[in-house]
Structures are given as structure tokens and as C-alpha cells.
Design a protein around this ligand. Structure first.
Ligand SMILES: Cc1ncc(C[n+]2csc(CCOP(=O)(O)OP(=O)(O)O)c2C)c(N)n1
Ligand SMILES: [Mg+2]
Length: 738
């Protein structure tokens, strides 16, 4: 696609009176643009003062970025288009409709701060009514979500029925998600020049180009990322040059301190996206007159000469000069406008300083959905005896893999908002091969999604590029719009590129936006070892890394029926869920069950006693369950010791009541898990027992787990590393005789 570059002869500084039309901006619009730019700058100035007076706690300025922000805001439609701005986008937010008072409420951390209720820093925008989606602080983690947001909008435009509320009585997340979409909506996302070095930026560009999605990527290039200049950041010094090979894009490179040129560039970009041609890239050259933040002093790394060169391009003064030169406003008019703005800001500051802080008791509110409690009895739905399998075959014992597939199929039928994507999950991306019956289809490396693309179409079941952050980031954006993405991370071992999205975005979006936004995604991941040859990178556990994250539900079933019941709860609930599927259990003889029907559900946080006993409690989950059973049966056979085995099934929340009841009865407890011993999931359980049940214990709390190393390839080593039935047997025996 063509790149449009601003002709310097037309640039604002050289504008002449002949240029009466100001491109697409009327005189009134130009005055409005100046008012917004001036307001933005003065809010920064006021905040800096308030910070120095210790009346606010943080400040991040948008100074130097005002022209491009206002231009973007005026070229787009608030409450219609979608916005993923970054911290320098104060002027954009003002142009889209955020009030200065709301910005000062952020600064003071007020309960009434509409963006987060005092939870998130100022300049981290979140205004649901204006479609400004909650922002975090990791540079660039908003970009993939913007792509997912655009995908969500397009999905609903193509399938408007999916956006309708669920039938009355249907218990699921849809009841609490009002979907709105427009056929020609555009999603804006911005970032700094430095942030374009993040991998997620490139993943997002690729995904947007592949999908021809209506996303405008706005790189606001002030030449620095804190103290790192652009030539050290970006190979060749120009992000425009680097991205120019992406297909389907419209490119603009513009002087982002010139509101007229910026507005025209944005108008062209918006038009291109609205017309459905694909994404756009706007590279705006701006300045950063106020150092990176109040903690930074740019004089340490930028000489005066360079800073003065920048100052000559200051967008606020340039625009003011332009208005004067063009006779749009005279001195008196400028003074009057500025006086009005100062008056408005003074009132806003005065009011914000009076605002009440949030109540300390509110800190746990909105970690999870306030609307749907997945631990409640409403999610306790019995299996349907003799239900014919979803594939029409007669009831027979099914594997965990079979019942996961059946559950996915049932839920796809029930809820048109559900989509499945990930690496290799489709039957065949080249659909014509399927249609012509040239191939059977793959459906996942473990085949759990086999047949679903064939049945539901490739807009609902599709392959993603090999990019885990993109899978979770896009899913998060889609779920924000009301879809239910059930995505697959092919191996738990490769979940780590998505960690930023999971830890800093997916799990925290509801809390940090004070319930303004939510993203109840389900991530399925194949986990665990005992594979004989799985080695270091196909055997990992690591569930405690995720149970440590507030806001994320973590489920880890050990058998077919539990997998079906818990997966259905995961899909219908209103929180993000990490659903861990043990590869070794997928097709094990252990734990098979007949298809339980399309309504079978198990509430989260409810353990199951898989072997009753009075002498000793074993708390475990996943692939250790069958191994613990084997050990307990041997111990009972040999010594008559009766071991109670508790399968937690759900790790966050977990069933404390079941643990307490059993330990109170047996007074001896072993916590057994497959992950390496130290700092693992069992440490928390053991600590809780020591804390709350100390007086019930007749023996120390013991743990059996993997050695504190990695899972090796050679089976002799794997056996020595992972907990074996005999390790469990010996620990149980020792504990029983303590
Ligand atoms: C992932 C991540 N790494 C580091 C930081 C710390 N940090 C905050 S802003 C910033 C520089 C960003 O520069 P740029 O993208 O050019 O935006 P600018 O601030 O110049 O507008 C850095 C390194 C962060 N917030 N997130
Ligand atoms: Mg920068």
C-alpha cells in the first residue's frame, strides 16, 4: 500500500494565509483542536505542580504529543470506534470525551475515579462508555488486545445473532456482557517508538495484516524511550521503513506536532480501515519536552541544542501561532480561550482534591466476577445417565480426551460467542481440502479439537500464528468485546511467551478497571510429564506460578468426568480460567467415564474424595492421583492402613473445607504433586494446614513431589525425578507410623 508522507512545504510552521481550508478542519474545529491541546498541556502542568505539592502520587505527561492525539480523536468516533491508548494520550482522551475532572480524580486516586477507582496510575485510561479500554503499564501489552478487539467487532458484525443476550435462565457470562458493535468500526492503538521493539508489537502487526483487520497502529515517535534514542532502538532509525513490507496496510508518516497534517493523515487511515481494506499504520514524529517522567531528567542525556530544536516544534505554541497568523483567533481570542480553560481546570482541581479515597475494605472487590460465582451450587449439575454421546454413538466409557472434545462441541453448539483458536487446533486451514474431502483434518496435536472446524466453520475454529502472547492477547481483546475465546496453548512448556498477557492483563483487567471491563477467556494447556521421553520441554508442570496470580482460576482435573464438568464451568463462568489437561491422562485407562450429557457441571473449588480412609490424608491432583491410589491400595493390602485421598481438581480456588474435614479426622497429612518440590503448590497447602490445623496434627505435614531439577529425557532419569507410586507408598507408610 502507498505510504503518505507529509510534504514539509505544507507543514504547519510554513503554513500561509492562502491555506484557508486547513485541509479538512474548519476554523471552529481548529479552535476546538487548540483548546483541547492547550487543556491537555495545562493538565500536565497542574498535575506536575500537584505532584510537587504531594497531593497526587504520580505524573505522566502527554506533552509534545497533543497534536497527533487531538487529530486522532477528532478523526474517530467516540463510543463507536474502540481505543487502546497509551500513557501519552491525554489529548486523545480529551478529544474523545474524557473530562479534565476525571483525569484529576485519577491523580488523587479517588473512589470516584471512573477509570479505576484509585487502583491504577493516572494516564492509564479506562472509560467503558467511550470505548477506551483499560490500560496497564507494560509497554506494548495493549497492542495484541486491540487486534483481538477488532476481531471481536468483526465477528459480531458477521454473526449479529451471537451478540444477542442468552435465553432467560441460561447461567453464563453472557448475562453480564452487553455487546455493542458496528460494521465499520475501527480500533485505535498507540505506542511509543521504543515500544515498537517489543515482540508483541510485531505479533500484532502480523495478526492485523493476516486478518486485514480495521486497526490503526499509531506510533508516536518522540525519538526517545526514556534515555535510549531511536537509532539504538530501531534498526536504521525509522519504524516506518521496518514495517513497510507488511501487506494489506495503509501507511502514513506525518509530523505529529502539526494538527492539520496529522488530522488529514488520520482521516485517510480511518477511511481505509472503515472501508474494510485492512489495518493502517500512522508514524507520527512528535517531541517530548518534559523529560520521560518526573523521575527522569533528560538534561543528563540530551544537550540543550537538541532540546531547543525540539522546542521550536512545540505543537501547542505552533498551533497558537498558526491561529494568530491565519487570523482565526487574535491575541484577545487566545487569551480568552486560555482563561476559560484555566478556570475550568481550577474548578476541576478544587473538586478533585475534595474527592474521597476508596475504602480499604474494597480491595478484594472485582478480583473475580461479582455476578457469577463458579463455586456456587448452581454449577453443580449431575451427569445425565445414559446420555447418548454428542457424536450420536451409544454410551460407553470415554477417555478424558474424548470428553473434553465432547464438552467443547456441546458448548460451541450452545453458545455462538464461543471461538476456539491456537496452534494447529483447526482441522485444516486450507478449507478447500476439507470441502473436497482430500484430507481428514488434524484438530490439534493431541486431536482434542478434531472435527470442530468441520462442524462449526473456520470463523469459529481456526489456527493462529505460532505466537503464544498473540493467542492470549488477542483472546483477551475478543473477550473484552463479549466473545468467549477458548484458546489452546499447545504445551504448557510454551506458555511463557504469554506470561505477560496472563499475569499483567488477562487476570487483572477486571480489578484494575474497577469492573469496567472483563475478559473471561479459557486457556487450555496440555501439561505434565510421565511421558517416557518428554524431556525438559514437553513435561513441565508449574501450576503454582499461576495459582499465585489473583484473578485467574486454575483447574487441573485427573479424570474424564471431572474434565468434562469443570471445563463446562470454565466456559460458562465469568472469570479467566487456566484449564490444565494432563497429557498422560488424556487417553489413560484410569478415570474413563460415559458421556455425562451437555449440562454436566462441577463447581470450582470442590475437591473429591477418591479413596476414603481414617489413618492418613493425601492431598493431590492431576497425574499423581492414580499413582497415589496405587500406593494407598498397596498400603491397605499390606498393612491395613486406610488412606484418604483427596483430589483437589481445582487449584484456585481450592477446597479448604474438604482438607480441614479430612485432616481433622486423620491427623496425618501428605501433600503430593508432580511439580518440583520447593516453592510448589504443596507449600501453600502445607502452610495453611500448619497455620489452621496445628492442634489437629499428630505428625508433621509431609510433601512428595518432583526433585528440584528439570524433567530429563532418559526414562531412568525421568523416573528418578518425578514422584513415583513407590515414593508415595514410602512416605505414606512412614507418616502413618509417625
Ligand atoms: C515491558 C516494559 N518494560 C519497561 C518498562 C519501563 N518503561 C516505561 S516507559 C519506557 C519507555 C517507553 O518509550 P516509548 O515507547 O518510546 O514511549 P515514550 O515514553 O517515549 O512515549 C520504559 C522503558 C515498561 N513500562 N514496560
Ligand atoms: Mg518515545
Amino acid at each position: 500500500m502507498a505510504t503518505t508522507k507529509t510534504d514539509p512545504k505544507l507543514a504547519l510552521a510554513n503554513g500561509s494565509k492562502k491555506n484557508k481550508t486547513h485541509e479538512a478542519l474548519s476554523r471552529e474545529a481548529l479552535i476546538q483542536a487548540y483548546r483541547l491541546m492547550y487543556t491537555s498541556r495545562r493538565i500536565d502542568d497542574r498535575e506536575i505542580l500537584l505532584k510537587r505539592q504531594q497531593k497526587i502520587y504520580f505524573q505522566m505527561s502527554g506533552a509534545g504529543h497533543e497534536a497527533i492525539g487531538v487529530a486522532a480523536g477528532l478523526a474517530m468516533k467516540p463510543g463507536y470506534d474502540w481505543f487502546y491508548p497509551y500513557y501519552r494520550d491525554r489529548a486523545l482522551c480529551l478529544a474523545v470525551g474524557v473530562k479534565p475532572y476525571d483525569m484529576f480524580l485519577q491523580g488523587v486516586g479517588a473512589a470516584d475515579d471512573p477509570s479505576s477507582g484509585g487502583r491504577q496510575m493516572p494516564s492509564h485510561w479506562s472509560y467503558p462508555g467511550l470505548h477506551i479500554v483499560t490500560q496497564s503499564s507494560p509497554t506494548g501489552s495493549q497492542i495484541l488486545q486491540a487486534v483481538g478487539c477488532a476481531e471481536g467487532g468483526r465477528y459480531f458484525a458477521r454473526r449479529p445473532k451471537a451478540a444477542e443476550p442468552p435465553p432467560p435462565g441460561a447461567l453464563d457470562y453472557r448475562q453480564f456482557k452487553n455487546v455493542s458493535f458496528q460494521g465499520d468500526e475501527v480500533t485505535y492503538v498507540s505506542l511509543g517508538d521504543g515500544t515498537s521493539s517489543e515482540g508483541e508489537f510485531w505479533e500484532a502487526m502480523n495478526a492485523a495484516a493476516l486478518g486485514k483487520l480495521p486497526v490503526i497502529f499509531c506510533v508516536q515517535d518522540n525519538g526517545y524511550a526514556i534515555s535510549v534514542p531511536v537509532e539504538v532502538q530501531t534498526a536504521g532509525g525509522s519504524i516506518s521503513r521496518l514495517v513497510s513490507g507488511f501487506p494489506n496496510f495503509h501507511f502514513e508518516e506525518v509530523d505529529g506536532t502539526d494538527p492539520i497534517a496529522s488530522h488529514s493523515a488520520f482521516q485517510r487511515a480511518v477511511r481505509y480501515c472503515r472501508e474494510g481494506h485492512g489495518p493502517a499504520f500512522v508514524h507520527a514524529h512528535v517531541i517530548r519536552p518534559y523529560s520521560h517522567s518526573l523521575s527522569d531528567d533528560e538534561r543528563l542525556y540530551r544537550p540543550d541544542s537538541e532540546r531547543e530544536r525540539d522546542a521550536a516544534r512545540d505543537p501547542v505554541t505552533r498551533t497558537q501561532m498558526y491561529l494568530l497568523r491565519e487570523g482565526i483567533l487574535d491575541d484577545k481570542g487566545i487569551t480568552q480561550l486560555e482563561k476559560e480553560v484555566e478556570g475550568e481546570l481550577q474548578m476541576a482541581v478544587d473538586r478533585a482534591l475534595e474527592a474521597l479515597p476508596p475504602a480499604p475494605e474494597s480491595i478484594l472487590k472485582y478480583v473475580y466476577s461479582p455476578d457469577i460465582d463458579p463455586t456456587s451450587p448452581a454449577f453443580d449439575m449431575p451427569p445425565q445417565e445414559g446420555a447418548p454421546a454428542a457424536d450420536g454413538k451409544k454410551p460407553a466409557n470415554k477417555t478424558m480426551a474424548d470428553l473434553i472434545t465432547a464438552t467443547l462441541r456441546d458448548e460451541m453448539k450452545r453458545d455462538e460467542r464461543m471461538v476456539i483458536f491456537g496452534e494447529d487446533v483447526a482441522d485444516c486451514s486450507r478449507e478447500e481440502y476439507l470441502k473436497r474431502k482430500l484430507v481428514k483434518g488434524k484438530g490439534g496435536v493431541f486431536k482434542l479439537t478434531f472435527g470442530l472446524q468441520n462442524e462449526f466453520g473456520n470463523d469459529r475454529v481456526f489456527n493462529s500464528p505460532l505466537a503464544e502472547a498473540a493467542i492470549v492477547g488477542r483472546a483477551t481483546g475478543m473477550a473484552t468485546r463479549g466473545l468467549k475465546p477458548v484458546v489452546e496453548i499447545q504445551f504448557f512448556d510454551y506458555i511463557w511467551p504469554a506470561m505477560m498477557q496472563i499475569r499483567d492483563e488477562l487476570s487483572v483487567i477486571r480489578w484494575r478497571s474497577n469492573n469496567g471491563f472483563s475478559c473471561p477467556v479459557v486457556i487450555r494447556a496440555a501439561i505434565g510429564g510421565y511421558l517416557t521421553g518428554g524431556a525438559i520441554y514437553h513435561s513441565q508442570c508449574g501450576e503454582s506460578v499461576f495459582t499465585h496470580i489473583p484473578g485467574l482460576r486454575v483447574v487441573f482435573p485427573s479424570n474424564a468426568l471431572d474434565a468434562a464438568g469443570l471445563l463446562r464451568t470454565a466456559i460458562r463462568c465469568d472469570d479467566p480460567v487456566l484449564f490444565l489437561e494432563h497429557k498422560r491422562l488424556y487417553r489413560e485407562a484410569f478415570g474413563r467415564a460415559p458421556y455425562p450429557g451437555p449440562e454436566y457441571m462441577i463447581p470450582f473449588g470442590k475437591a473429591k474424595v477418591v479413596h476414603p480412609g481414617d489413618n492418613l490424608t493425601v492431598i493431590t491432583y492431576g497425574a499423581v492421583v492414580p499413582r497415589a491410589l496405587q500406593a494407598a491400595q498397596k498400603l491397605e493390602r499390606e498393612q491395613g492402613i486406610k488412606v484418604e485421598i483427596i483430589d483437589l481438581r481445582c487449584l484456585n480456588p481450592f477446597d479448604w473445607d474438604a482438607i480441614a474435614a479430612s485432616v481433622t479426622k486423620t491427623s496425618r497429612v501428605l501433600v503430593a504433586y508432580e511439580d518440583s518440590l520447593s516453592w510448589g503448590y504443596g507449600a501453600e497447602i502445607a502452610a495453611r494446614i500448619a497455620d489452621h490445623l496445628f492442634d489437629k496434627l499428630d505428625a508433621p505435614v509431609r510433601r512428595v513431589a518432583a526433585k528440584d531439577t528439570f524433567v530429563a529425557y532418559q526414562p531412568i532419569l525421568e523416573d528418578a525425578i518425578l514422584p513415583q507410586p513407590n515414593d508415595l507408598y514410602l512416605a505414606m507408610k512412614e507418616l502413618a507410623s509417625y
